[in-house]
Write a protein that binds this ligand. Structure first.
Ligand SMILES: Cc1ncc(C[n+]2csc(CCOP(=O)(O)OP(=O)(O)O)c2C)c(N)n1
Ligand SMILES: [Mg+2]
Length: 692
């Protein structure tokens, strides 16, 4: 790599990033100008001299990834995407040829439908590699990207193609990201895994919203990261392009550890009254201060959104030219690879287009009826293994609960992912649920099929990342076991109550709580077909019966979210029993009792509200006839939300308090999950309906 000789054009480009950011925030009358102004030279040096990125093809698989973890500094990224002329890409992965961020979008920063929303949004603005804003998430995403990059490198490497996949991942973070716990989880994992393809850049400007970091943050960050097993280097002046280039070269030369570059910078650099103050963090500088800052840069004071002559050309001749050459050379290599290894090349293509291999579901086991039954977590483990055997790029693991969540891949060749064996498909996240969620997002962003597991109760620890899986429309699969008071003796700390409701509250997340082993297999089948949606499988620790499907309906209905499992002979029930998961067996028992007493009941197994809500009205009304208002729901979880299906007049049997530590047989009595309680509620519902 040649020495980065500083030219006037370099400085002009840096100041263009700054002034575009200032002007956009001012025009929007909202946003964060300070960080982009301080970081402009850092981002410029990285993009122009190092980042292997082709603006004409921003989804080229072996591109370096740039993550702006400090998402509030979004104008930094939008300025770069604009100035380098990054092209828009459609959802079908076709380049469209239009600019991703035209100048007009910058002028409409933070306005409705602008490609420059307040914080960077993946899938909305091409070139944005991940959605950031909730601080620290981007850092953990970058670990997932680097990890999946290492896996792809190992998995697809063949003689003569040892470096087919060798992209690097750069993430820019601020004080906020450093303070968030997730950054420590993620850094610890990255250091342990020796992810040498990962570089974090810390914008050490000593300012957050409430003031100087002396208020809150006196960590010795360098020592902290050395403790995590990272290489740490420092740039004492963010404006020193030579020192920055040297730091990036140090990263590239470090082959055994991730690298942290601590950059001492000035928030709102060049604004005479606002530099180094929290006032520059999250509000427009004001017209007067902008003029003064522009004077400081030697910029025409009255010009707005000015891109001086030579700036676009300079980026085109720098990053643009370098990126295109690298991209073209890589595709030429892939052609050679395809000729020699057509199957692997086909696999790689499918991976990158979120397609499944032919026959991916051929080994999914069939479970025979069994009254004693099987825990749905156990069924899930068998199904997961059957699927992963046939989907070579499916990988994941657990936050130290693999043996309990049954998410270990046990077939030959699955392997353990480690620094020494990056081709392994079993990950060990350690007890780091929050980072696990965000790492899974990062993995999904580089297109491997990622899954992760923990107890349902600890989904709360990963919630911010799960929310982002949904916001980014990533097909991450969460496996949450130990799903209710069924946990028994572990007690209320470990018994989920409100978790299912909270997960159902996340738009775009499909939550599935299958009733038996057969439904579990169908749930996995449905989830694997979701290519742009995350899913949460909610599974039991305890055994549940496997229903006799010759007596009751087949489980094909799982894909539709809810289905009639058992019905009256004439299909005209007087009462509906709605249940999910382990409580479907209870509803069936109540159904048998009611039927014996001549009551016309129907059992609806309802593994997924979201899948059901997506069905046409005709189907939904067939399952839950609007005229039948006598309805009882049964679920060992908060009743929150069930009125949507049972109506104002229906009854919900569920949890209205925390659980308790006791054997399950005592808990079901205490909390009213008994056949008697369900039968009684059903009869009361019918009596009431008659009175109406
Ligand atoms: C998880 C999370 N908590 C709080 C916020 C609100 N917030 C946005 S920026 C910021 C301060 C960040 O400080 P720093 O990273 O140093 O950025 P700088 O002020 O240097 O631009 C806060 C608290 C957030 N975006 N995400
Ligand atoms: Mg700061």
């Amino acid at each position: 790599m040649s020495i980065a000789v500083r030219t006037d054009l370099d400085q002009l480009c840096v100041n263009t990033i700054r002034t575009l950011s200032m002007d956009a925030v001012q025009a929007a009358n909202s946003g964060h100008p300070g960080a982009p102004m301080g970081l402009a030279p850092v981002a410029y040096c990285l993009w122009q001299k190092f980042l292997r990125f082709d603006p004409q093809d921003p989804i080229w698989p072996n591109r370096d990834r740039f993550v702006l973890s400090a998402g509030h500094a979004s104008m930094l990224l939008y300025s770069l995407l604009h100035l380098t002329g990054v092209k828009a890409v459609s959802k079908e992965y076709e380049a469209l040829g239009e600019p991703s961020v035209p100048l007009d979008a910058v002028k409409k920063f933070r306005q409705l439908d602008s490609r420059c929303p307040g914080h960077p949004e993946y899938r909305w603005t091409s070139g944005v590699e991940t959605t950031t804003g909730p601080l620290g998430q981007g850092l953990a995403n970058s670990v997932g990207m680097a990890l999946a990059g290492r896996w792809q490198a190992a998995h697809y490497a063949r003689p003569g193609f040892a470096d087919l996949i060798d992209f690097n991942v750069y993430a820019v973070c601020g004080d906020g990201c450093m303070m968030e716990g997730i950054s420590a989880e993620a850094a610890s994992l990255a250091g342990h895994l020796k992810l040498a393809n990962l570089c974090w850049i810390y914008d050490n400007n000593h300012v957050t919203i409430e003031g100087n970091t002396a208020l809150t943050f006196t960590d010795d960050v360098a020592t902290r990261f050395i403790g995590h097993g990272w290489n740490v280097t420092r740039v004492g002046d963010a404006n020193d392009l030579e020192m920055l280039a040297r730091a990036f070269r140090t990263f590239l030369a470090t082959r055994d550890r991730p690298t942290l570059i601590i950059v001492d910078s000035h928030i709102a650099y060049g604004a005479p009254n606002k530099q180094d103050t929290s006032g520059a963090h999250g509000e427009p500088l004001g017209e007067d201060e902008i003029r003064l800052a522009k004077r400081h840069y030697g910029w025409p004071e009255e010009a707005k959104f000015l891109v001086p002559e030579g700036v676009y050309e300079h980026f085109r001749d720098g990053m643009g030219k370098r990126g295109k050459e690298l991209r073209d050379a890589w595709f030429a290599r892939v052609q050679e690879y395809r000729a020699q290894y057509p199957e692997l090349a086909d696999e790689f293509y499918r991976l990158h287009h979120r397609q499944l291999p032919e026959g991916w579901d051929r080994d999914i086991p069939k479970f025979a009826a069994d009254a004693k039954g099987m825990a749905t977590r156990d069924a899930s483990g068998k199904v997961l293994n059957a699927i992963a055997t046939n989907v070579p790029w499916m990988m994941g693991g657990s936050a130290d609960l693999g043996p309990s969540c049954k998410t270990r891949l046990t077939f030959d060749g699955a392997g353990e992912f480690s620094a020494e064996n990056p081709g392994g498909r079993n990950l060990h996240f350690g007890i780091r649920e929050h980072a696990m969620g965000a790492v899974l997002n990062g993995m999904a962003l580089v297109k491997v099929r990622a899954f992760g597991s923990t107890f349902l109760i600890f989904s709360d620890y990963a919630k911010p990342a799960i929310r982002l899986s949904a916001l980014m429309e990533l097909p991450v699969i969460y496996v949450f076991t130990h799903d209710s008071i069924g946990v028994g003796e572990d007690g209320p700390t470990h018994q989920p109550v409100e978790q299912v409701a909270a997960l159902r509250g996340i738009p775009g997340l499909s939550v599935l709580r299958p009733a038996d082993a057969v439904e579990t297999a169908e749930a996995w089948r449905a989830v694997m077909k979701l290519h742009h949606q995350p899913a949460a499988l909610v599974l039991t620790r305890q055994a549940v019966p496997i229903f006799d499907r010759t007596k009751y309906a087949s489980a094909d209905g799982v894909a539709r979210g809810a289905y009639v499992l058992a019905d009256t002979a004439d299909g005209k029930p007087d009462v509906l029993l709605l249940a999910t998961g382990s409580e479907v067996a209870l509803a069936l028992e109540a159904f048998e009792n009611l039927t014996a007493d001549g009551v016309k009941a129907r059992v609806v197994s309802m593994p997924s509200w979201e899948l059901f809500d997506d069905q046409p009205a005709e189907y939904r009304e067939g399952v839950l006839p609007p005229t039948v208002r006598a309805r009882v729901s049964v679920e060992q979880a908060s009743t929150f939300g069930w009125s949507k299906y049972v109506g104002d007049t229906g009854h919900s049997i569920g949890m209205r308090s925390f659980g308790a530590s006791a054997p399950l047989k005592h808990l079901v009595q205490k909390f009213g999950f008994t056949v008697g309680a369900v039968v009684e509620a059903a009869q009361e519902q019918i009596r009431r309906a008659k009175r109406r």
